[in-house]
Design a protein around this ligand. Sequence first.
Ligand SMILES: Nc1nc2c(ncn2[C@@H]2O[C@H](COP(=O)(O)OP(=O)(O)OP(=O)(O)O)[C@@H](O)[C@H]2O)c(=O)[nH]1
Ligand SMILES: [Mg+2]
Length: 225
Amino acid sequence: MTKRVPVLEKILSANENLAEEIRSRLDEAGVYSLNFMASPGAGKTSLIEQTVKHLAGRLRVAVIDGDIATSIDADRAAAAGALAVQINTGGECHLDAAMVSAALPQLDLTQVDLLIVENVGNLVCPASFVLGTHASVLIASTPEGDDKPYKYPGMYRGVDALVINKIDLLPYLTFNMEEFRRGVEILNPGLVTFPLSCRTGEGLDRWLGWLTDSMQSFAASKRGK
Ligand SMILES: Nc1nc2c(ncn2[C@@H]2O[C@H](COP(=O)(O)OP(=O)(O)OP(=O)(O)O)[C@@H](O)[C@H]2O)c(=O)[nH]1
Ligand SMILES: [Mg+2]
């Protein structure tokens, strides 16, 4: 009989243990955190730039940026006003908890209210590796096509909020919003969704409202303990 070696289960459970440690560190520091996931070019860094700029003077934002190579995204986040750290995975197609844990000491968490982790652009692997963040946000974008929930169900099933970016391009595309939303609803019923454009700013207010409400609920839950 063929024996099965449970290597993947072990890797994932080690990752989950480390993610719990990260969550404890963030909870203790009172830092609310998000894991941004998306395909390459959907607009993760653009949404970080917009979020940091709109929260300036009210909330202090830190960013951990995951990319295979370069510090382009961390440089963009820093230019927008965030404390930013770049992780280069050197080929790995996702961030894991060990990478985030190694990056955390580079941030003074006493100076941070919100931590955004920008995952590597990929609609498959990041869904399997929890990072200890309080919520995960999927940034879809209209040029990717309305069939993506159907083709990448694992990613759509596991997230807490969905941004539909690049709505300014809708007049030029065949993107069917009803079809897209139907696919999302099957996988993740009632998922909170924010159609917006990082280019024009349309829809950003609802996203920022959700984010600040989530942060207030987090702060209230910490006070209640
Ligand atoms: N038209 C339009 N373009 C956008 C919008 N948001 C982002 N872009 C453009 O889309 C491209 C990719 O944006 P990024 O923010 O770098 O995307 P990303 O998801 O961070 O990309 P990776 O980190 O490389 O995976 C850039 O050329 C942006 O200017 C938008 O709302 N509308
Ligand atoms: Mg980016």
